[in-house]
Design a protein around this ligand. Sequence first.
Ligand code: ZN
Ligand code: MN
Length: 467
Amino acid sequence: MNTLKTTIGLEIHVQLKTKSKMFCRCDNSAEGKAPNTVVCPVCLGLPGALPVANKQAIEWTIKAGLAIDSQIPKIAKFDRKHYFYPDLPKGYQISQYDEPFCIGGAIEIGGQKIRFNRIHLEEDAGKLIHADGKSLVDLNRAGTPLMEMVTEPDITSPKTAGDFLRRLQKLVRDEVKVSDADMEKGHMRCDANISITDGERMSEIVEIKNLNSFRFVEKALALEEERLKSEYPNWPEKKGKVTRGYDSENNITYVQRTKEEAADYRYFPEPDLPPFDSSVFDLESLRLEIGQTEETVIDALVSKGIAETEAKVLARDKQKMLAFEALSKEIQSGNEPLLARIISQNYFGFTPREELTGYAKELAKLIEAFASNKISKPALANLANEIKSGKTFEDALEESGGVQVGGESEIGKWVSEVLEENPNEAAAYKNGKTQLLGFFVGAVMRKSRGRANPEIVNKLLKEYLEG
Ligand code: ZN
Ligand code: MN
């Protein structure tokens, strides 16, 4: 049997959080509002109403394209995509067909390049609500700007599809900052295509519609991958595209309908909107507005001598990154790698909040003391907590009994006390239960209120117990 290869492509709709809707002045934040209260003749599709394009939505779409290195063509236009559905009163959706705002682009996931085919801009439809045997329509959402981002079929596993979407969510939410991108709330919706090939023959292409969580995308794709592989080599000769839905409660997929061909939509240029010339937009300043990508943040941290694993933790955790940035302004240069370790590995026992103003300076003194071995790691956590509660570093240190104790005579005293207090454990250790060492170290550290130098504690305990 030939090896079977999985091919996945995704189509993602991202709701833009502009103030007004795509082609009218209606408030774009319809969430939670009474049905059909955020509407006007344009988004209701009343005869004679004329659309006016939302400049912000176009700029944001271009910005998203710049963030993934798309080409921004000089001319783009809107087209009508015709279909009938009760949540689309015009009988067509204003979308983009052959001249979208962004072409191409890519995102890297785990060293693998996932290319984009395009990003286009379109309007959302309303919502149908089925209840008590009736179907009701709410058009508050009609006309919300949607970016449709289409990938090339470059994804080779369900897991990568999930990772890709998580990355894309960060990009549109935190870097380009154009959407809340909450999948559960429908700000980001995903359709996935999957097929299998043995190198010569190909299975049917299955499209799974309306997946509303990263986990569901991964699970539904894994189900289809398994199903298509199990049918091999009996794949149908005439391979069309089939649409399946995903039932997350029962973790199954089911047949929906056969997909319309593109021609069924009878696309034609939207006559009420002129084509757009992208040179009216200042692409350079749009590019500058994009927040740094995760990769550039990680590279910058690594160039300061910070370990890559720790740089990744910081780059992926906004709270920790803000704490790192605030504290690195206060500490001596050269101590950044240590600071990165303290924050990424949570030595404080808490992540300093972003508004560090009150205690950044005091925490910085604490870090310097730790850097020069004046205090131990457990003491660091104790002192940090005291500082967080409002004390200065000096007061906290004073109250804790002062700097790290490294003297063998003083630590030796604590060690003997601990051994006397725990004769059974000491005997067990001597009989070979050496994993009790950690227990003794902990007891000595507690007795010293975190001040004892752990290396000396270890050394003396071994001498006392094994000597
Ligand atoms: Zn409207
Ligand atoms: Mn679409």
